[in-house]
Design a protein around this ligand. Sequence first.
Ligand SMILES: Cc1ncc(COP(=O)(O)O)c(C=O)c1O
Length: 299
Amino acid sequence: MLQQFNQANRDIIININSKLLPRIEAGISPFDSVVQGGDAVWEGLRLYQGRIFKLNEHLDRLRSSAQALAFTDIPTNEYLTAEIKKTLAANKMADGVHIRLTLTRGVKNTSGMDPRLNTAGPTLIVLAEHKPPVYEKGGLTLITSSVRRFPPDCMDPKIHSCNLIQSILAKIEANVAGVDDALMLDKQGFVAETNATHIFIVDNNIVLTPHCSACPEGITRATVLDICQANKIPHQEKDLSLTEIYRADEMFCTGTMGELATISKVDGRTIGNGNIGKMTKRLSELYANLTANEGVQVV
Ligand SMILES: Cc1ncc(COP(=O)(O)O)c(C=O)c1O
C-alpha cells in the first residue's frame, strides 16, 4: 500500500507555532529537538463532517506522552484545539481530512540531545491534509517482521514519540517482500501490532487483541473494544502467538489513518477465507456509525 500524492494538498497552509505558512515556506529550525533527536510526540486525528473523532482522547494521549518525556510548557487542550481550528479554517477543510499534530521539545542553543540545551519550546506543528482513510478495504497482506517491538523497560510504547525507526525498518521489510505492511512481535514472540496499526483477530466469534504492553494505547483499538462491550460481542485482550493468527477466522487492523481494514494474508497464508469476514464487517459498520455521529465540532 503506497499512498499517492493528492493534488488537493499542493497549496495547503501549515501551522507552526501559531504562524500560518504555505506548504513551500513551512520549515523548522535545524536546532529543533525533533531534528536533533526525534525528541517529539505526535497524534494523528481524523476530521469527519466538521467534527474530529475522539479529539480529547488524542489530546490527552499527546499530553501524557509529552509529560513522560518531561516537556515543559505543554499547551492546554483548549490552545491545541484553537490552533487546529485556525488551521482547518485557513485551508477551508471540513471532511476527509487527516491532521498530524506534532509537539517537539523545542529549539536548542546548540546541537545535542541534552534537554538542558533547550532555550525555547515546545514547537507545535499542525499539518492538515486532504486524506480519506488510506487502507484498501478489500484485504491487506502482511509479513512478519524480524524487527521486534520494544517492551516498556526499553522504550515504553505508551510514549507516542516521533522516533519511528523501528516501524520504518519493518515497513522496508514489507516493501521488499511486496506486501502492504509488517506484523511485529514483542520480545517474547507474541504479536504486538503492525508497523502502523493495532491488530485484532476473530476466533470462534470472539474478538481478540493483544495487550497494550508492546504497542501504543490505540484510540481506534479502544473504540473497537468499547463497541464490543456496548453490543455484547464477546471480546478479550490476550497474548496472541503467530499460530493463533494463522488459524484465525478473521483478522483486521485498526488506526485513525485507515479505520478498520481486513487482513487477508499473513506470511503468504490466507486468513479465514481471505475476504472481509462477518464480524469485521459488523464492527466496521458500527465504527462508521460512531464517526458519523460523534466527535468534537471544529468547523
Ligand atoms: C505504532 C502505531 N500503532 C497503532 C496506531 C493506531 O493508533 P490510533 O488508533 O490511536 O490511531 C498508531 C497511530 O498513531 C501508531 O503510531
